[in-house]
Design a binder for this molecule. Sequence first.
Ligand code: GAP
Length: 440
Amino acid sequence: MGTPEPDSEVMDKVVNLCKRRGIIFQSADIYGGFRSTYDYGPIGSLILRNVKDAWWKSMVQLRHDIVGLDASILSPPAVWEASGHLENFTDPLVDCKECNERFREDQLEDPSTCPACGATNSFTEARAFNLMFKTYAGPVEGSGHAVYLRPETAQGMFTNFKLVLETSRKKPPFGIAQVGKSFRNEITPGNFVFRTREFEQMEMEYFVPPEDADKWYKYWCEERMNWYIDLGIPEDQLRLRPHDEDELSHYSSGTSDVEYLFPWGWGELEGVANRGDYDLRQHSEHSGEKLTYFDPELGEHYIPHVIEPAAGATRSMMAFLLAAYDEETVNDDLRTVLRFDPRIAPYKIAVLPLSKKDTITPLANQVFDLVKDRWMADYDETQNIGKRYRRQDELGTPYCVTIDFDTLEDQAVTVRDRDTMEQDRVSIDRLVEYLSDRLP
Ligand code: GAP
């Protein structure tokens, strides 16, 4: 089977659904919107949390060789000098002298023609534009007070390497994982939340004996591909693409990207990089701290090499949304469904009392109380039941539990399956057991 064609219509539909259902909003919408920043609404904040939790669970909870970290976002120039970001974290920027629009030179389809106004040979010489956001700590603005918002979470893992090593009692191979915000002053943000100036990353630095680096690089490429597949991204919409020599970052001796087939074509979800000893060596030289591991068996110190799977949380969430989006015709009606894996679905269950009558509401609350501790559940009592089912389908809720007038007699509820739309009558006594068999 060949690669499926990217579906360009689906993008508009998903962006529209995101706004309509409280998943993702343009930031500062009431002020006309702030370009390239987005807010995650009541539903989107749940989905994003689920993506990050699934990553954290697979990286930290289910393994004894990886520990977590939550490092600061602000850091002094010394960190970025050592990491190489002050010098190398740049994009080539060109301005069109006719319309004054700015572009990344390496992203221009035709480097002699301005895509905004069509002028030819109107670009300035390319200059290196540093992508880091700079600000000042304290009340005085000045070079002695400059700080940077981190453009990646990774450096926190390197600067804390020694402290984590000492306090966690781990030894190579071991990893440090972190989830959090990063900031890049992207020249050409776009494609919804694919490339934004503020985004979230999920990164893990895996410290290994130098001679084992290649083995672990291959291991993490495979592990990370499988993570997306396990959570519901179809295998034929994913690929692992090794970087060409000229694409490699300043620190990397080998990188492969996990790519997803976005509606506009293949795009990176995650980079798995063999960073060698670059980071620990740099920070060691710049800070004067010895960032080595003493191997008692060999009786020697060495600088571990680093394998880094670096994923975007917000970008992955977008891939999960696109992959889950589905439409089908049911009784001449178009049904939109987000076929999320239950681990990604914002609500696992929706409790839907058929009426707001005094007799039904206490029972519906009783059902909500039964499930709420274990699963994120929605409670919705407005509109007709058909519309409420459609709404839950659009949110990707795997199970709807309806409390009706018969419930008063038989103490049973109707459970509707999102994907098959089949309904089971289940006694309230057995409801938790029934759902436990089907939900994580
Ligand atoms: N520490 C290595 C590093 O940061 P990267 O490939 O620059 O590597 C890792 O970033 C991941 O972070 C990317 O694969 C992508 O998913 C996400 N990412 C990077 N820049 C982004 C942006 N401007 N907007 C959204 N996500 C971004």
